[in-house]
Every structure is written in structure tokens, then in C-alpha cells.
Ligand binder design. Structure first.
Ligand SMILES: Nc1ncnc2c1ncn2[C@@H]1O[C@H](COP(=O)(O)OP(=O)(O)OP(=O)(O)O)[C@@H](O)[C@H]1O
Length: 232
């Protein structure tokens, strides 16, 4: 089976006032296999979010190749990138970004609504199944605003899974939560990874959580440091 993700010499610069370009990713090589649960760590400003945006097809690298499920995305037009993103990648952010006027179920349906063409019944059943899975079946018709931070983040995890993605990208998904809620959200993602073989790449500053991952990838100054196993 093809690697879920292959990065080959990915470089990225930001324009910080013409003509000044500052390179923040200096040739990143990375491969992630199907079903891996990987922590992405590194100091503030090292380039983790920049890298995640490129992997999530939200931003393009200046040079280098990015393959998702064996497909080279380098020369794909924007519309094809949007479609590939919608069908293969789920996102969880530090802030949940739920729509407060919508119910939990409606929020989970959002990726399917955006993708268009999914019958209502199918979307409702999928949302119900996923909310059950994250332990919030009874909260289906509650507005997102009436839920706790941990519950909101579990709805966000359910929403990330709506399109049955191969890869979930999570940018500090537990950063805003108290320790108990953070552990619960992390454990939920770990269980989903084991049950469904969904691949996860999780940015975290939390070493306790990172050491429960299969592997830690560390970015320092826009470069990946040599691989290391989570300390036992
Ligand atoms: N839009 C932008 N324009 C210019 N510089 C940027 C932009 N976005 C990020 N940078 C710079 O790129 C570098 C990497 O930033 P990035 O946000 O990827 O780091 P990070 O590792 O995710 O940090 P943190 O852990 O604080 O979120 C930093 O020096 C940052 O200032």
C-alpha cells in the first residue's frame, strides 16, 4: 500500500516585505505509512503550522513534491486540490470552529454539505453514528454553544471524520483543554486510529501525549531532526 503521505524536499518562504523572502521550511523529507499515529513537535516558530498547512493542501510549497495516497499533488489545479482535500483529509484545530447556531449533528454534517450531493438521510445517519462514536449521541440536537470545551472538541473530531478521511491533521487539538478533557480527546483519537486505521498527524507541545504516539517527528528551525522513538 502506498504511503499516506510523502514529502520530498518541501521548501516554503514567506514574503516579509518586498523583496525580502524568508525561507521557513528548508527541504523537508517525510513519509507516513497507512495507520500511523504520529506526533509533530518542535519549538514555537519552527514551522509546524506552515508544514501542516502544506500537507493539508491549504497552502502550496515553493518547491518540492507532496504525494497523498501515492498521488502527486504538485501540479494539480486548485479545484482538484480542494476535492482531494475534502475526500482524504480531516482537520482538527486548537479552537473547535464549530458553528454556534448549528446543532452538534449539523456541525458534523458540514463537510458533507460542502462536498454537495449527499442525501439528507445519509448525512443524518453518518452524523448520528459519529456522535455516538465520540460519546455524544444524546447531544445530537444541542447547539454547539451549550456544550463544554471538551465536548465541543469531540464534536470537532466527529466532524473531521465525516468524509471518512485517510488522514486527520490535528494542530494542537488539546491545547485549549483542561488535562482530563485533553486526555479524553487524545484517547478518542487514538481509539479511532486503532479501530479504523485512520492515519493521524498531531501537532502537540505535550510530551506526555506525544510519547503515546507511534512516532515523534520533530521540526527545529524548518528542518526535521533525525527520527527518534517516543521515550519509554
Ligand atoms: N503568513 C506569514 N508571513 C510571514 N511569516 C510567517 C507567516 N506565517 C508564519 N510565518 C513565520 O514562519 C515561521 C514558522 O511559523 P509557524 O507558525 O509555522 O511555526 P510553528 O512551529 O507552528 O509555531 P507555534 O508552535 O508557535 O504555532 C515563524 O518564523 C513565523 O513567524
Amino acid at each position: 500500500m502506498a504511503d499516506v503521505l510523502v514529502l520530498d524536499q518541501i521548501r516554503k518562504s514567506y514574503n516579509v516585505g518586498t523583496p525580502v523572502e524568508v525561507e521557513v521550511l528548508h527541504g523537508i523529507d517525510l513519509a507516513i505509512r497507512p495507520g500511523e499515529f504520529v506526533a509533530l513537535m518542535g519549538p514555537s516558530g519552527s514551522g509546524k503550522s506552515t508544514l501542516l498547512n502544506i500537507i493539508g493542501l491549504l497552502d502550496r510549497p515553493a518547491s518540492g513534491r507532496l504525494l497523498i495516497n501515492g498521488e502527486d499533488t504538485t501540479d494539480l489545479p486548485d479545484a482538484a486540490l480542494t476535492k482531494l482535500r475534502g475526500h482524504t483529509i480531516g482537520f482538527v484545530f486548537q479552537y473547535h470552529y464549530l458553528i454556534s447556531a448549528f446543532t452538534a449533528a449539523e456541525n458534523v454534517m458540514m463537510p458533507m454539505l460542502v462536498d454537495r450531493g449527499h442525501p439528507d438521510r445519509q448525512m443524518e445517519e453518518r452524523a448520528a453514528e459519529l456522535l455516538d462514536r465520540v460519546g455524544l449521541g444524546k447531544w445530537r440536537d444541542n447547539r454547539a454553544t451549550n456544550m463544554s470545551g471538551g465536548q465541543q472538541q469531540r464534536v470537532a473530531v466527529a466532524r473531521a471524520l465525516a468524509m471518512d478521511p485517510t488522514l486527520v491533521l490535528a494542530d494542537e487539538p488539546t491545547g485549549n483543554l483542561d488535562t482530563a478533557s485533553a486526555n479524553a480527546v487524545f484517547e478518542l483519537m487514538r481509539q479511532i486510529n486503532r479501530e479504523r486505521s485512520t492515519t493521524f498527524l498531531i501537532v502537540t507541545h505535550n510530551m506526555d501525549l506525544a510519547r503515546q504516539c507511534d512516532r515523534i517527528v520533530e521540526v527545529v528551525d524548518g528542518r526535521i531532526t533525525p527520527a527518534r522513538q517516543p521515550p519509554g
